[in-house]
Write a protein that binds this ligand. Structure first.
Ligand SMILES: [Fe+2]
Ligand SMILES: [Fe+2]
Length: 187
């Protein structure tokens, strides 16, 4: 499928704001690739377009979708259905957008929590999702944006620090992957 066909498909399923965000992530990820790994420009754009391709269902619909298609959910994911669209995204990208590049599918899979030992494409999408131009303004966002083009791993640490203090403030519990990944990048 061409990038234009993917955009046309997303237009049919996603809200305008989500489509705008997806375009923002695609362009930002491609820009980051121009800076950090020129061989990944095309994959970064495509993974950015597709990363939220499953983010159009309500929570109960997402859980039903996963049951129907045999997508296993952790206890934490059942409590925080907002995160499930990453796993569902892999399924939707394969089946609705004919995307079978393992590296792109893995970047979609890990874009919400990140994970220890991410490869370059996974890092680009994780960071681009956080810093794209339409992102609502969060504390330290402009410092994080600047760091993304200087030191990607340092930028990832800053994103985790922000995320962890935000979750603590809200009094929510953590996805264990978030904490594991934070510890990993701090070392
Ligand atoms: Fe997402
Ligand atoms: Fe996103």
């Amino acid at each position: 499928m061409t990038n234009y066909e993917i955009i046309a498909g997303l237009q049919k399923t996603l809200k305008n704001s989500r489509l705008g965000h997806s375009m923002g992530v695609a362009c930002t990820a491609a820009n980051l690739a121009m800076c950090h790994d020129k061989d990944l420009i095309d994959k970064a754009f495509r993974a950015g377009l597709l990363h939220d391709c499953a983010k159009y269902m309500k929570d109960d619909e997402s859980i039903a979708f996963c049951k129907k298609h045999g997508i296993e959910l952790s206890e934490y994911e059942l409590k925080t259905p907002g995160l499930i669209h990453a796993k569902m995204g892999v399924y939707v990208a394969k089946n609705d957008y004919d995307e079978h590049d393992e590296q792109i599918l893995s970047a979609i899979r890990w874009h919400t929590t990140g994970k220890p030992g991410m490869d370059m494409l996974e890092k680009l999408i994780f960071v681009a999702d956080y810093i794209e131009p339409l992102r609502k303004i969060l504390p330290n966002l402009n410092e994080i944006r600047a760091m993304a083009y200087k030191d990607l791993d340092q930028c990832i640490i800053m994103i985790y620090e922000n995320t962890i203090s935000y979750i603590k403030e809200k009094g929510d519990c953590f996805d264990p992957t978030t904490l594991e990944a934070y510890e990993y990048y701090k070392k």
